[in-house]
Design a protein around this ligand. Structure first.
Ligand SMILES: Nc1ncnc2c1ncn2[C@@H]1O[C@H](COP(=O)(O)OP(=O)(O)OP(=O)(O)O)[C@@H](O)[C@H]1O
Length: 269
C-alpha cells in the first residue's frame, strides 16, 4: 500500500517533460527519452519495463542525476535535481562493490566517507548486514560470496546510507531463478520495513508485478502505459501462482509484444 501523500505536498519525485538526446560517436542523435511525465508518491514502488533500448536505464540515470535532461526537469520534493546525491541510492546491474573490502567494510564505506565515528558505523552497518541476511558472512570478501550474496552486500551498502529514494537497475538480471525470487522477497520485506520511493528497472514482467505498486511500460523513449498493480501488501510467493497474477502477466506480455522497436533515431517516437 502507498504511504499517504500529504494533501498539497509535491510528489516525492516528479518528472516533467523529460527529454534526453544522446549523441553516438559518429555524431548521430538518438532520442533516448521524450516527453516523459511521471509523479512518484512517497513510499511508492515503481517498476519500469519495456523492450531493450526503450530508455529504461536512461530514465533511471536521469533521476539518479548521473546525466542531465536535454529538456524538462526532475524534481525531488519539489526541488530540481542537478547531479547525483546521497539522497538517491543506486543499485547497479553489475557487482558494484569493492573486492578488497569485506562485506562489513563495504557496507561501512559510505558511512566512513560521511565521517561517522567508528563504533556508530559498526552498529549501523551491522543492522543492514542483518537486514539483508548476511550476518554470518560479514567478514568474507566478495570473491568468497555467491552472486546473490554479492547483490545483498550491494543492497546493504546502498541502504546503509539511508537514501530517500532507491533506484535499482536490473539488480537481479544475472541471477538464477530461485535466488532471484528469494531476493525479490527480501526487497519486499525491506520495503515494508523501510518504505521509500523506489524505481526498479527490469526485463522481467513477473518481477515487476510481484514488487511494484505501478508498472511503467516504456516504448521508444516514451511512457506507453502505466499499469496499476492491484495486489495488496504484504505479498508473499503464493501471489505468483494466483490466477489474477497470471492474467495480468499475460496482459503485460501482450502489451510488450506490441512494441519491440528501440528508441527513435533523430526524432520523437
Ligand atoms: N552513452 C550513450 N550514447 C549514445 N546513445 C546511448 C547511450 N546510452 C544509451 N544510448 C541509447 O539510448 C537508448 C536508450 O538506452 P537505454 O540504455 O536507456 O535503454 P534500456 O531500455 O535500458 O535498454 P536495455 O534494456 O537493453 O538495458 C538506446 O537507443 C541506446 O542506444
Amino acid at each position: 500500500m502507498l504511504a499517504a501523500q500529504t494533501a498539497g505536498a509535491p510528489p516525492h519525485i516528479r518528472l516533467q517533460g523529460v527529454r534526453k538526446v544522446m549523441k553516438t560517436e559518429r555524431g548521430a542523435e538518438i532520442v533516448a527519452l521524450s516527453g516523459v511525465d511521471l509523479d512518484i508518491a512517497e513510499g511508492e514502488f515503481i517498476a519500469v519495463i519495456g523492450p531493450s533500448g526503450c530508455g529504461k536505464t536512461t530514465l533511471l540515470n536521469q533521476i539518479a542525476g548521473l546525466a542531465e535532461p536535454s529538456q524538462g526537469r526532475i524534481l525531488l520534493h519539489g526541488k530540481e535535481v542537478h547531479g547525483p546525491g546521497r539522497d538517491r541510492g543506486v543499485v547497479f546491474q553489475g557487482d558494484a562493490i569493492f573486492y578488497w573490502r569485506t562485506v562489513r567494510r563495504n557496507v561501512e564505506y559510505g558511512l566512513e566517507i560521511q565521517g561517522m565515528p567508528k563504533a556508530e558505523r559498526r552498529d549501523h552497518a551491522e543492522r543492514y548486514i542483518r537486514l539483508v541476511g548476511l550476518a554470518d558472512f560479514a567478514e568474507l570478501y566478495p570473491k568468497e560470496l555467491s552472486g546473490g550474496m554479492r547483490k545483498r552486500c550491494q543492497i546493504a551498502t546502498v541502504l546503509a546510507n539511508n537514501p530517500d529514494v532507491l533506484l535499482m537497475d536490473e539488480p537481479f538480471g544475472a541471477l538464477d531463478y530461485p535466488t532471484k525470487c528469494q531476493l525479490q522477497e527480501e526487497v519486499l520485506r525491506i520495503h515494508t520495513r523501510e518504505p521509500r520511493a523506489t524505481v526498479f528497472v527490469t526485463h522481467d514482467i513477473e518481477e515487476a508485478l510481484f514488487l511494484a505498486d505501478r508498472i511503467v511500460v516504456m516504448e521508444r523513449g516514451r511512457i506507453r502505459r502505466i499499469v496499476d498493480v492491484p495486489f495488496g501488501r504484504p505479498r508473499d510467493s503464493a501471489l505468483r501462482i494466483e490466477p489474477a497474477f497470471s492474467d495480468l502477466k499475460a496482459e503485460l506480455w501482450a502489451l510488450l509484444e506490441g512494441g519491440h522497436a528501440p528508441a527513435a533515431r533523430g526524432h520523437d517516437g
